[in-house]
Design a binder for this molecule. Sequence first.
Ligand code: NZQ
Ligand code: ZN
Length: 393
Amino acid sequence: MNGDFNFYTPTRVVFGHGAVERAAEQIRAFGGSRVLIHFGGGSALRSGLIDRVKRNLDENDLFHVELGGVMPNPRLEKVYEGIELAKKNGVDFILAVGGGSVIDSAKAIAYALAEPELDVKELYEHTRKAKACYPIGTILTIAASGSEMSDSSVISYEDKKRGYNSDLCRPKFAIMDPELTMSLPDYQTCAGCSDILMHTMERYFTNGSKLEITDAIAEGLLRTVMKYAAILHADPQNYRARAEIMWAGSLSHNGLTGCGNDGNDFASHRLEHELGALYGVTHGAGLTAVWPSWARYVYKNCLPRFVRFAVNVMGVTPAATQEETALAGIAAMEAFFRSIGMPVTLRELLDKEVSEEEILLLARNCALATGGRVGSAMSLTETDMANIYRLAK
Ligand code: NZQ
Ligand code: ZN
């Protein structure tokens, strides 16, 4: 509890107009010569982005094969398909063109290529640690997950959704042209903005030590993302707002907003991952559906932070008691999520009533995935997890 930290963010960011045309140059700079272009369910094909990328690689004599079809909440089956294709073609570099789902799938393939005799699933089962990872680069098409700079990848298999974290998988470069995100449906844009807010909020609500500079960066990021998310909700073609959100997305999850804060909370994320596994929901929407209930359940345990959040981030005027101020801050964030069309209950998320059996199953799975406890604002047990799902109904 002394504010020490280890900040490692080795990804080169190429940001702005025409950045896509720098793909081949970047791949070569990081030693790639045989490339797997990995992409999603169709948006990058429809927009012509994949053709642009292939042209850029062709013009620079870079061999490439391609594998599309990665779906949101990416599946291990697609990862295995990518591994086989990459091995067959002697791939030495993976270029992920898409969002968090594509990037995470690329990371899983890259781990497998580096240790071909092992099953990559073991990483997500946490039965072994990765020793190596092939290089990956990204061309980002949605600002949300922060996977373009993060150490994390999240893969779904059977009825599980599991993450694996290691610095080994941090992308070598991230190509970010805000214009690429203009074709996003409003719901995906706003779910992405919510995920970006959550990546910093998960680091902010802690009972650990605090660095003023980290808090200032975190609070500034949260205010900025709310401001530009509201602008994008009304004016999706606004380049400036797209740029602000895109850069915030990377900074929110590359570690910067948690430096020295002694342990992240990430309970809302772990509660959401079970919703993703069971119902396949959009990640950012699953987060907003649980966060208000999580916050009201834990705030007394982390009261000074919730008060500070209310005043510095949500602009709440301090009330008579700290508790009232904290609750007003939570209500203000809940209202903000609503204002950009995000669900704030499970009923709004799923369009149905969640049964007691489902709640117990979600809590059981979350406890299994987290080793029984999760959270820094408050260390949650399986009973707490079930209570939060119940509150979120
Ligand atoms: O598949 P396509 O057709 O491309 O459609 C995608 C998908 O349906 C669409 N989309 C993306 N860019 C678009 C576009 N549609 C139109 N125009 C564009 N420019 O958006 C949908 C969502 O894409 P996805 O990649 O799933 O979104 P996101 O970036 O939010 O990633 C979500 C995944 O990342 C994981 C989540 O759990 C989830 O599985 N996360 C990964 C993290 C990490 N690796 O650090 C951290 C996060 O907390 C998160 O858990
Ligand atoms: Zn997230």
